[in-house]
Design a protein around this ligand. Structure first.
Ligand SMILES: *[C@@H]1O[C@H](CO)[C@@H](O)[C@H](O)[C@H]1NC(C)=O
Ligand SMILES: *[C@@H]1O[C@H](CO)[C@@H](O)[C@H](O)[C@H]1NC(C)=O
Ligand SMILES: *[C@@H]1O[C@H](CO)[C@@H](O)[C@H](O)[C@H]1NC(C)=O
Ligand SMILES: *[C@@H]1O[C@H](CO)[C@@H](O)[C@H](O)[C@H]1NC(C)=O
Ligand SMILES: *[C@@H]1O[C@H](CO)[C@@H](O)[C@H](O)[C@H]1NC(C)=O
Length: 382
């Protein structure tokens, strides 16, 4: 599930002390300059409920000061890792600092990001905070793309000043409000993180090349066929600072089943909230909210929910079933992870009110066989 929840707070707590005050850097000019790095997260494109035939996209942007000084996190990171008994060579620290780059940046508040969307007639859209609201560099907005050409994937490009030759792109995954959606967890569902072992999870998150759970890329690729190009949504409790790392991983290892990745908005200066997110309860509430957000965009899709037993996926998916019912939540698949609470009592509580034939708990040896479950034909189990 969410590796980074428990490890990021101290990393950020250390990093923040090394940073200059943000307030002096708040921009007066709200356009993107060469001093800014705009990140626009891959987004879901969905039918505009108010305008038939038009597409909306829930665009989220994060703007920070360019360039990034990785030096500010290397020292504290190395010391903090040593303190918990994880010795790291210089290369590991460089890898870790790169993965956590967004934890070292200085957010730029008040910026408006103009984007161009290929294949849609209303090409120019702006995402940014509404004036006067403190935003810590992060903004989320439904923007209208007008009429799009019907393709399921469109590319957005951030508009820059004429002398700025950099290129910042993102994807919009368009999907109709029908058919299937696959809502997937990340850590220990599609990627091996070992969240139950702090040292192993730190290594997997910060140093090592990310490894898929064996068989899952093939399973997800097969779902694109059996569910007729479903929309994939990845929800992780990890902070958005890990977005570049997770985005690369999903984009390469799950290239047939790409989709937007929803991560938590944890900010550098919001230490109490960061610490709060280490609580399992916070994770469940957050996941429930993201499921609501997806359902809000696509109220008529059916969903296959895939997660694991390490933290709160069963509870969260059970909540979704009880809230939206079996016509919306078709099936729930949960990977049984060794060392997690895999007791009957846990699943009985999590899935109260969910019919047994909607739930498949699976071990790793059963992953290939999941390809044969006829989910679109109404089945969920092996
Ligand atoms: C992230 O931040 C944006 C902008 O402040 C906000 O609108 C959005 O609801 C936040 N998302 C989550 C998951 O908290
Ligand atoms: C988009 O559609 C093409 C065929 O038109 C298909 O091959 C591809 O898998 C689809 N991608 C997604 C994410 O649905
Ligand atoms: C975006 O649109 C969806 C679907 O209409 C809605 O559920 C959601 O609340 C909207 N989000 C924002 C930030 O306006
Ligand atoms: C497993 O979960 C159940 C239900 O929440 C709980 O009663 C039990 O104490 C848990 N067992 C362990 C070993 O955590
Ligand atoms: C899945 O079930 C449906 C409905 O029963 C059926 O029409 C379809 O042929 C089945 N697909 C496969 C691959 O068995």
């Amino acid at each position: 599930m969410l590796a980074a929840n428990f490890l990021l707070p101290w990393v950020f707590a250390v990093a923040v002390t090394a940073l200059p005050s943000h307030s002096v850097l708040y921009a007066r000019d709200d356009s993107i300059s060469s001093n800014d790095d705009p990140l626009v997260f891959d987004a879901a494109g969905f039918p505009d409920p108010m305008n038939l035939g038009q597409t909306l996209a829930g665009l989220q942007s994060f703007v920070s000061l360019h360039p990034v000084d990785l030096g500010v996190i290397k020292g504290p990171l190395s010391a903090a890792l040593k303190a918990i008994g994880l010795s790291a060579v210089a290369d590991d620290i460089t890898t870790a600092a790169n993965r956590l780059k967004l934890a070292a940046v200085i957010p730029r508040s008040g910026k408006q990001v103009e984007v161009n969307i290929d294949g849609c007639n209303k090409q120019l859209a702006t995402v940014g905070p509404t004036s006067g609201s403190p935003d810590l560099g992060m903004a989320l907005k439904n923007v209208s793309l007008g009429t799009c050409d019907g393709s399921n994937l469109t590319t957005g490009t951030v508009q820059l000043g004429s002398s700025d030759k950099r290129n910042f792109q993102f994807s919009v995954f368009n999907s109709p409000d029908s058919g299937f959606g696959v809502i997937s967890d990340v850590d220990d569902t599609v990627k091996i993180t070992n969240v139950l072992d702090k040292i192993e999870a730190l290594k997997a998150t910060l140093f090592e090349g990310p490894q898929p759970v064996a068989g899952m890329p093939q399973l997800y690729a097969s779902l694109t066929k059996s569910l007729h190009n479903p929309a994939f949504f990845y929800i992780s409790g990890s902070p958005f600072q890990l977005y570049p790392f997770l985005h690369d991983f999903i984009g390469t290892t799950y290239s047939a089943s790409r989709g937007p990745i929803f991560l938590q908005n944890l900010t550098l200066i919001d230490i109490p909230a960061l610490i709060d997110f280490t609580k399992v309860d916070g994770i469940q509430v957050y996941k429930d909210q993201m499921i609501d957000r997806i359902r809000g965009m696509y109220p008529h899709k059916k969903y296959l929910m895939i997660g694991d037993s390490t933290q709160r996926d069963p509870e969260s998916y059970g909540d979704a079933f009880r809230k939206y019912g079996g016509d919306t939540i078709s099936c729930i698949w949960i990977r049984l992870v060794d060392g997690a609470n895999n007791t009957d009592a846990r699943f009985a509580a999590a899935f109260q009110g969910v019919p047994q034939n909607r739930i498949q708990l699976y071990n790793d040896a059963q992953i290939p066989a999941l390809q044969n479950v006829n989910v679109s034909g109404g089945r969920c189990t092996l």
